[in-house]
Write a protein of this length. Structure first.
Length: 228
């Protein structure tokens, strides 16, 4: 490597590392499930939410900030339980649902901004590794230290269980197409002593943000009761 090439990398890599580390640090400072990112705090109003399947509070904040749409091809429908079912109270059942007529979206490719940023970095000369690869290796451990974990890329579902007397009795945010209450959650539902209606709102996410055309979408609710 020539002295000029070495000097160019010596200036470029630290500068890009400082910029990227600053962005990552700002995201990490948002906290775990006690706050959101991008200046939005989840706050105490989401403290009771149960997160499953790698769901994040940042994605939930984005979902709740948008008005749900009605689209039969994108909303959910329950497979179990059936509407009006009376469930035995001794064992928590698995609640399962599907997206009507829509395939589950996989993780999207890198966005235009990321592709432009990568293209703007000069490639290495003399057959060496690109500067982008060197920068990725440099920042790898920092990315692994994100306080919020891995951002959601794909579809996620917000389940809200309610009775006539209490809205939001139980709330769950998950990337799965099913949910089985644990002992504490099942006790909360059983103690309601009234029919329970569960609504599911879903959205397609790209790095915790709702993707263009990704919803959120309101699903068909189901009502069930729990036997003593």
């Amino acid at each position: 490597m020539s002295r000029r090439e070495w000097a160019r990398r010596a200036l470029l890599v630290p500068a890009m590392a400082a910029l990227a580390s600053g962005v990552l640090y700002a995201g990490a400072c948002g906290g775990g499930h006690d706050g959101g990112s991008s200046g939005t705090s989840a706050g105490a109003e989401l403290d009771d939410v149960i997160y499953e399947g790698g769901a994040t509070d940042e994605a939930l904040v984005a979902l709740l900030a948008a008005e749900p749409k009605t689209d039969a091809s994108q909303g959910t429908a329950f497979d179990a339980p059936e509407d009006g079912a009376a469930l035995p109270g001794d064992t928590a059942p698995e609640l399962s649902f599907h997206v009507g007529g829509a395939a589950i979206r996989t993780a999207p490719p890198a966005g235009p901004a990321l592709r432009r940023a990568a293209g703007a970095l000069p490639a290495a000369r003399d057959g060496g590794a690109p500067v982008w690869a060197e920068l990725g290796a440099l920042l790898g451990p920092v990315r692994a230290a994100r306080a919020h974990g891995t951002p959601i890329n794909g579809r996620a579902y917000f389940l809200v269980f309610s009775t006539e007397a209490r809205e939001g009795l139980l709330r769950v945010f998950t990337t799965k197409l099913s949910y089985t209450p644990d002992a504490a959650a099942w006790d909360k539902l059983r103690s309601a002593g009234a029919p329970i209606t569960v609504h599911v709102t879903n959205a397609v996410f790209e790095n915790n943000r709702i993707a263009p055309g990704g919803g959120p979408f309101a699903g068909e609710p189901v009502t069930f009761s729990i036997e003593p």
